[in-house]
Design a protein around this ligand. Structure first.
Ligand code: ZN
Length: 141
């Protein structure tokens, strides 16, 4: 059967199959771990089941795919099927917005890290999280 999608589009579709434990997420986890941060993964008890969550500090971390969430730095809309992707992005954005609100109501701080931030400087992203966690802990205690 012929594929109705261009190969680049197809590979992006296939990429959704693996949206947990992505390479940037693994790298960030490793850096956090080496900074002494202990976390939970995809905890369903936390709104939006964040990629990484630190329950003690109530910090939720999402590692956002630059393509799926329209990163302002590196997103370029696909040429084929433009209306489809525009709509897809909008749906993702709305979901993100709702999750952020739910987290706020439940007393969580939400940190969003772009995939490309991890690629550029994973240590810096990890330190940013560590600082937020430290701040939250002093607030809570
Ligand atoms: Zn990006």
């Amino acid at each position: 059967m012929a594929d109705c999608f261009a190969p680049t589009v197809r590979s992006r579709i296939m990429a959704t199959v693996r949206n947990r434990h992505t390479a940037p997420e693994l790298r960030l986890r490793k850096s956090l771990w080496s900074l002494g941060c202990r976390y939970r993964l995809h905890d369903r008890r936390v709104p939006g089941s964040p990629d990484i969550s630190i329950p003690r500090a109530r910090v939720a971390i999402f590692v956002d795919g630059c393509f799926w969430h329209g990163c302002p730095r590196c997103y370029t809309p696909p040429k084929s099927n433009a209306p489809f992707w525009r709509k897809k992005l909008k749906v993702n954005e709305r979901r993100r917005h709702n999750v952020r609100r739910e987290l706020r109501i439940a007393g969580w701080q939400c940190i969003e890290i772009w995939e490309c931030d991890v690629e550029r400087n994973c240590e810096r992203a990890a330190r940013r999280i560590q600082a937020a966690v430290a701040r939250r802990l002093t607030e809570i205690d």
